[in-house]
Design a protein. Structure first.
Length: 263
């Protein structure tokens, strides 16, 4: 893979994404959100990759996974008017079909094509399969970390802005009030990330995002999360109950330990 191959993909993605714009501000806002998210994930994944000492070729592969990971989102929303995979179609599978149909990975080696395809296929799964190939594992972990870090910035802006009391989260109806669901608290106490099905309240939603600290992989990812103060910013708008304080403390302690690890 060469630099022109990557630039060609960037140009293709920009043209593809712009094809969904209609001129209607609200309609275009949704697609612009996904386009900008993709660009930022590509920036983050390069930072994490550099921290691991990856070479230029590996960085290009990593950036390609970021560039293509959400390409299926555009057709998903255009067709179903939702980003919820459970009630529409898995956006990773839509993306893989699009990648294959347009022969977007023609300039890559067979091994690189496999690594990119696996990263796109499993970036959005709660429990990705254990991949035998070490390179595939690396690129999948890089993509999952970079994706999460940018999503955290997006949702924190949402929940600390005007939209503080959404009626739904990812298509799920939310109960009002500051209550925390027992399953959510249990997940954090066990140092594991919260599953979507466990979420019932707005506080649960925020704890879900905080729990992502237990699903990051690289010291640089933890350092990015610490620098952005994701946990502090989310917890500032949550009720100061004993359970919430305990969960936030555990998350911050885990973050501190992992951010200080050597590569």
């Amino acid at each position: 893979m060469t630099h022109p191959d990557l630039e060609r993909l960037k140009a293709w993605f920009a043209e593809y994404a712009s094809g969904f714009y209609t001129g209607d501000p609200e309609h275009d806002r949704v697609f612009r959100l996904k386009q900008n998210h993709t660009v930022r994930v590509a920036v983050v994944i390069r930072r994490i990759g550099r921290s691991l000492g990856l070479g230029l070729e590996e960085l290009r592969v990593a950036e390609t996974t970021a560039l293509l990971h959400d390409v299926g989102r555009f057709r998903q929303y255009a067709r179903y008017r939702t980003f919820r995979d459970q009630t529409s179609e898995n956006h990773a599978r839509i993306g893989l079909r699009l990648i294959n149909r347009n022969r977007l990975l023609a300039g890559f080696s067979p091994a690189q094509r496999a690594n990119i395809a696996r990263a796109v296929a499993f970036h959005n799964t709660a429990h990705p399969p254990v991949l035998n190939d070490s390179d595939s594992r690396l690129f999948l972990k890089l993509l999952r970390d970079a994706d999460k870090l940018d999503i955290l910035n997006i949702v924190i802006g949402h929940y600390t802005g005007r939209a503080r009391q959404p009626e739904a989260f990812n298509g799920l109806a939310l109960s009002h009030g500051d209550r925390c669901s027992p399953q959510v608290i249990a997940s954090l106490r066990e140092s594991r990330f919260v599953h979507l099905e466990e979420v019932r309240t707005l506080t649960d939603v925020k704890l879900l995002y905080i729990s992502w600290v237990f699903d990051l992989n690289f010291p640089a990812s933890f350092r990015e999360m610490r620098k952005a103060r994701h946990i502090e910013r989310l917890s500032a708008s949550m009720p100061a109950t004993a359970e919430v304080i305990e969960c936030v403390r555990m998350a911050r302690e885990h973050l501190g330990r992992q951010a200080g690890r050597a590569v």
